[in-house]
Design a protein around this ligand. Structure first.
Ligand code: SF4
Length: 239
């Protein structure tokens, strides 16, 4: 996968540039059963060099810019954050998006304030508001909606994973649409069939994604390579 991709975000009708940067590790030790992104983590010095090279390629677009770290944004070298800050401050982007683990919830507010020249959205990867399901996925923390909202207003949710039911997804769509400022529902991305609930996966492609997408504060990702699609297989990378 490329380390930087720009495309037209159909949901929000704007340009979107996503950077895939390396973190130095994962606070959960790579124990989430559905995740392989953390494997792209690297040593501190390798991360600094790799991430700087990617940041140097950011096009001077408007619209949304996102850092998708291999783990949490707080696990990027501070040198990279500082360099990104300076680079972005000289550009015209209108929204900065990134993500982190719930573990870093106390850092979210200061991080947003640090990027004082651009609205900043932090997505916390909670995967579901069903605590029992989340524990089965290897992401074992307990939250309620009200507890979550004390720290942040945006989340990423997972769809199609083993142990999950259609009702779980519908309940998460309801909770997110009614309580959060923004959430993303992402179809599981794995070649391991044992990690997929095929019934939920197929339902989401055929029906569930339209239920989620009707909410203005929910964005659906079907596949990590299909950022701009509203239908599988049609990638719109038009700048
Ligand atoms: S989802 Fe996040 S916390 Fe879980 S293994 Fe992946 S990078 Fe680590």
């Amino acid at each position: 996968m490329e380390s930087i991709i720009s495309f037209h975000d159909k949901k929000f009708n704007t340009k979107r540039t996503n950077l895939f940067l390396k973190s130095t590790g994962c606070v959960n030790g790579g124990n989430c059963i559905f995740c392989e992104y953390w494997k792209n983590s690297d040593t501190y010095s390798e991360c600094i060099d790799f991430n700087k090279h990617v940041i140097d390629q950011i096009p001077n677009n408007k619209g949304i810019i996102e850092i998708a770290p291999s783990a949490s944004i707080f696990e990027l070298p501070q040198e990279n954050i500082n360099y990104f800050f300076i680079t972005l401050s000289m550009m015209q982007y209108e929204l900065f998006v990134t993500e982190c683990h719930w573990y870093y919830r106390n850092l979210v507010s200061n991080f947003k304030n640090y990027f004082d020249f651009i609205p900043t959205r932090m997505k916390i990867g909670i995967e579901t508001f069903n605590n029992t399901l989340r524990a089965k996925l290897g992401k074992n923390f307990i939250i309620t909606v009200s507890e979550f909202l004390k720290y942040n207003d945006s989340a990423t949710m997972l769809v199609g994973v083993v142990h999950q039911t259609i009702n779980d997804v519908l309940e998460d769509i309801k909770i997110c649409s009614e309580n959060l400022a923004y959430s993303e529902f992402t179809l599981i991305d794995t070649n391991n069939k044992d990690l997929i609930d095929q019934n939920v996966y197929d339902w989401f492609i055929e029906e569930g994604r339209f239920i989620a997408d009707q909410h203005p504060n929910i964005k659906v990702w079907l596949d990590v390579k299909e950022y701009a699609t509203d239908k599988k297989g049609e990638v719109d990378e038009t700048l």
